[in-house]
Design a protein around this ligand. Sequence first.
Ligand SMILES: [Zn+2]
Length: 113
Amino acid sequence: MAKYSSKINKIRTFALSLIFIGIIVMYGGIFFRNSPIVMIIFMILGLLFIIASTVVYFWIGMLSTKTVQVVCPNCGKHTKLLGRVDICMYCNEPLTLDQNLEGKEFNEKYNRK
Ligand SMILES: [Zn+2]
C-alpha cells in the first residue's frame, strides 16, 4: 500500500519547509554583502517566504475548525479528519466518514467531486 499522510500533517510540513527556504534565502544574501541592493533583495525574498509560511499556518488553523474529530478505531487516539477520506495522524490508518466508502481501498480521489 502506498504511503499516505494526513492532510494537515502534509500542509504543516509544507509550512515548515517554507520557513527553511526563507532562512536559506536570507542566509544566501550574506554572500552578496558587497552589494547592499542584492543583499536587501535576498532579505526581502527570505522574509516573503517566512510571511507565506505564517499564512499557511493561519490556513491550517482555519482548516482545523472544519475538521471532524474522531477516535481512530485502530490506535484509539483522537484524530482529525478533513474531507471524505483521510488518514489517522498517529498510525496512518485510512478513515472515512462516508458509509459507502467503508471497506474500500483508500484513495485520495474520493475527496474530489
Ligand atoms: Zn490511529
